[in-house]
Design a protein around this ligand. Structure first.
Ligand code: FMN
Length: 328
């Protein structure tokens, strides 16, 4: 029987499927269900700087008549923050007690704020690793790409100095020099890169002239974005890569591993089909490995990456010339 195990961030995983950070991983019940259905690890729902501030502001607004002075408001903000952070730390502790798969904590950073202290507490609570979900939408015309990128390095350097557990960084593809940025990130000492996060995106309701959210869940058609970059970067970066976005079936898991990912992170497919889909995906992976005589994942991880594929130029191709696509 094929050995599905892999290593990611120095953690031994029984198979390459990780449940990505989302509402699927924000309770012990869900995490138990994920583990029972075969997930090799989970990334907890991110704790957001914004979320903490929002909760504090709500608590203040709900007590309008109390007319808090500045000191009282600050007290409430601190209290809410401590409360949210404590709830998160409890989730780590309880999950560690409930399941025997690695628990990867996640924090969303848009600035350095107080996350260094928080990272220490996450480590103390028993998290096996920490994923930094960093995203700065490069929408401010006053900020150059370099200035935006600098923020990533500041956050990473501080967190890395603070904790001993492996740190992964989950990024978007909004970089003008994505390949160089990924390389530079991998040189900071992080243990992994997650390619890519998928974001809340806007849409317009043309009948009611309202702004709304576009599809919250990915579709399998989004897979090629991460597939291309995993393949292009996996043999170059000095850390592991896990693939995220558009992995909806066993075939997609196989493709990402062939491209060089050590593991994949899934969310949308589980929202749509339930945790039992993990088993379906693993069965597909296993029967494919048997069919191709692969006894273990390390025999084929990266086999189709830019460094090893026979015709890697395909990854660089971006224009639909008839010659390549067969379509005029
Ligand atoms: C409802 C929902 C909530 C999410 N929350 C987070 C989050 O808190 N932190 C994070 O890093 N990613 C979050 N994500 C992104 C997922 O972890 C994942 O990267 C993305 O959905 C792409 O994977 P998929 O195609 O398998 O859905 C969320 C995704 C969904 C659908």
């Amino acid at each position: 029987m094929a050995d599905l195990s892999t290593t990611y961030l120095g953690l031994k995983l029984k198979n390459p499927i990780i449940i990505g950070s989302s509402g699927l991983t924000n309770s012990v019940e869900n995490i138990k269900e994920a583990a029972a259905n075969g997930a090799a690890a989970v990334v907890l729902k991110s704790l957001f700087e914004e979320q903490i501030q929002h909760a504090a502001n709500q608590a203040i607004a709900q007590n309008e008549q109390a007319d808090f002075n500045t000191e009282a408001k600050e007290y409430i903000r601190n209290y809410t923050r401590i409360n949210d952070v404590d709830t998160y730390l409890n989730l780590i502790r309880e999950s560690k007690n409930a399941v025997d798969i690695p628990i990867i904590a996640s924090i969303n950073c848009v600035s350095m704020a107080e996350w260094t202290e928080f990272a220490k507490r996450i480590e103390a609570a028993g998290a096996d690793a920490l994923e930094l979900n960093i995203f700065i939408l490069p929408s401010d015309p006053h900020f150059s790409g370099e200035q935006n990128e600098q923020i990533y390095f500041e956050i990473i350097n501080k967190v890395i100095k603070t904790v001993k557990i492996p740190v992964a960084v989950k990024i978007s593809y909004y970089f003008s020099g994505l390949a160089k940025m990924a390389l530079k990130l991998s040189w900071t000492g992080i243990a992994g890169l997650v390619l890519f996060n998928r974001f809340y995106s806007p849409d317009i309701d043309i009948e009611n002239f309202e702004l709304k959210s576009s599809n919250v869940f990915s579709s399998p058609a989004e897979l090629p974005i991460s597939l291309r970059w995993v393949a292009m970067l996996s043999s170059k970066v000095q850390c592991d890569i896990s693939a995220s976005t558009g992995v909806h079936d066993g075939k997609a898991v196989i493709k990402e591993l062939l491209a060089g990912a050590k593991a994949v992170q899934i969310a949308s497919v589980i929202y749509k089909k339930g945790f039992q889909e993990i088993g379906v995906m693993l069965t597909e992976l296993e029967s494919w490995m048997d069919r191709h005589n692969f006894a273990s994942t390390d025999q084929f991880i990266g086999k189709m990456s830019v460094g090893k594929a026979e015709n890697p130029a395909v990854y660089e191709r971006v224009q639909f010339m008839k010659h390549f696509s067969g379509i005029e």
